[in-house]
Design a protein around this ligand. Structure first.
Ligand SMILES: Nc1ncnc2c1ncn2[C@@H]1O[C@H](COP(=O)(O)OP(=O)(O)OP(=O)(O)O)[C@@H](O)[C@H]1O
Ligand SMILES: C[C@H](N)[C@H](N)CCCCCC(=O)O
Ligand SMILES: [Mg+2]
Length: 238
């Protein structure tokens, strides 16, 4: 089973949602590979998104973390390469190379979770392919993480419309971080996004409580608790 984790924007909770989905798969006894095709905004020695997921879950033997390429500037991959004085075509893996890597992970793990960079249409390759192209190429199911705040209706509608026009007639929408004291706006947006998912024929997995990874001593338990509450549609191993 291959999931492609994307979002309506950067910083919406894709990595945390990846960790919750991985926790769910681990709790079903599945092996999991986390693949971040292009990690930007971090130096060589800093933990990236895939390593964060492994650490938060206690570095279980059943979970492995992989990264395609890492660039220091906190930007979209092509810009991060250009700002480093590098040729994007020389440093960013091609779609074919990402497909091969995912294929190798899929052959050796029950579940593969790919996390994009930023939102759905951020280009991961020099040729301009996105996480949507990679998801299509490997037959991944799309998961979109969204915010609960003002602005999410437009961002989420645009993202789901872009998914539909690319042939993703199914997928899962979730809220990446839902306040512990939600205001009426957040409550309305929870209902609005549930309805929006249904309008596109997508599933709505629910809202991840904010603060899930705040306390390092409780990350693993909190992520597994959140995984148990998700309304996750689960064809096959997930
Ligand atoms: N449910 C949550 N509980 C606790 N912290 C959260 C939650 N969701 C998001 N965050 C925090 O918000 C910030 C952004 O979340 P995250 O890193 O998952 O975003 P992202 O969409 O993966 O960003 P990027 O595009 O850089 O990969 C992080 O500091 C993360 O720890
Ligand atoms: C640096 C950040 N955390 C992500 N890794 C990359 C986000 C790229 C967003 C590009 C954009 O939508 O403007
Ligand atoms: Mg992330």
């Amino acid at each position: 089973m291959i999931h492609a984790m994307t979002g309506t924007d950067t910083e919406v909770g894709k990595t945390v949602a990846t960790a919750v989905l991985a926790a769910r798969s681990l709790s079903h006894g599945h092996s999991v590979a986390i693949y971040k095709p292009t990690q930007t905004g971090l130096g060589k020695s800093e933990p990236g998104d895939a390593q964060d997921v492994a650490r938060w879950l206690g570095n279980p033997g059943q979970l492995s973390a992989f990264e395609g390429v890492r660039l220091r500037h906190p930007m979209a991959p092509v810009d991060a390469a250009l700002c480093a004085g590098l040729d994007p075509a020389a440093v960013l893996p091609t779609l074919a190379q990402h497909v091969q890597q995912v294929g190798e992970l899929d052959a050796t793990h029950d579940v593969v979770i790919i996390e994009g960079a930023g939102g759905l249409l951020v280009e991961l390759t020099a040729a301009g392919e996105t996480i949507a192209d990679l998801a299509q190429a490997v037959g991944a199911s799309l998961v979109v993480a969204a915010r609960p705040d003002l602005g999410t209706l437009n961002h989420t509608a645009l993202t789901l419309e872009a998914c539909s026009t690319r042939g993703f007639t199914r997928g899962t929408l979730l809220l990446g971080s839902y306040p512990e004291q939600p205001e009426p706006l957040h409550q309305r947006n929870l209902a609005n996004l549930r309805n929006m998912a249904a309008g596109h024929g997508w599933d709505f997995a629910g809202a991840l409580p904010a603060g899930l990874v705040r306390d390092p001593s409780r990350c693993r338990a909190a992520l597994h608790e959140a995984a148990a509450t998700l309304a996750w549609p689960c064809p096959g191993p997930c």
